[in-house]
Design a binder for this molecule. Structure first.
Ligand SMILES: Cc1cc2nc3c(=O)[nH]c(=O)nc-3n(C[C@H](O)[C@H](O)[C@H](O)COP(=O)(O)O)c2cc1C
Length: 164
């Protein structure tokens, strides 16, 4: 899956992203970090909510953090680097789906939490974009509804733009 992401379009080959894997033996520690972050954000959170935060770390067979690291570059503007990182993230998810797994990326306010970021080794010039959970599909979700194509599609004909 990361191999697929490494084929994302990447102007200048800057690799403006990286992935942190959380091996199974580290998940209890990650769960406690998630629980502590939840309580920092909401000191009166219910035990059920704190447990849900823990389960985000322990539930899926594979958990990755996706980190974006834009770099100053004379020829590659920062927005292009974000597009490259997004393409890489999309490739990880698409590869997981094509291999028959379920995969989802979730961010949430925890991604801005400084103690959590520090504990995961995310540097101050990096963005913790989200956590990717990957596993076998226990219960298939309802079929995805795709927005109509004309939300994103138009044809340019000379000086006028005509929607389809
Ligand atoms: C970087 C990133 C962070 C996301 N964070 C959240 C999130 O915190 N909560 C959420 O409900 N969806 C979040 N999403 C959207 C979900 O990943 C997902 O697209 C959505 O739940 C719809 O599911 P589907 O893409 O399988 O149809 C995020 C998407 C991206 C790209």
């Amino acid at each position: 899956m990361v191999g697929a992401a490494l084929r994302a379009p990447d102007h200048g080959g800057l690799l403006p992203w990286r992935v942190i894997e959380f091996p199974v033996e580290t998940r209890t520690d990650l769960a406690e970090l998630f629980a502590a972050e939840k309580l920092r954000r909401d000191p009166i959170a219910s035990e059920e909510d704190v447990q849900r935060a823990r389960e985000h770390a322990t539930h899926a067979p594979a958990v990755l953090a996706f980190v974006v690291r834009p770099q100053r570059h004379p020829l590659v503007p920062i927005p292009e680097q974000w597009l490259s990182a997004g393409a890489a993230l999309g490739s990880i998810l698409s590869a997981a789906h094509l291999l028959g797994f379920g995969a989802i990326v979730l961010s949430g306010e925890r991604c801005q939490d400084e103690p959590l970021r520090a504990a995961l080794g995310v540097a101050s010039d990096e963005i913790l974009a989200g956590f990717i959970s990957i596993g076998s599909i226990a219960k298939a979700p309802p079929p995805a509804v795709r927005p109509p194509r004309d939300r994103v599609w138009s044809s340019w004909i000379g000086a006028s733009v005509i929607s389809h």
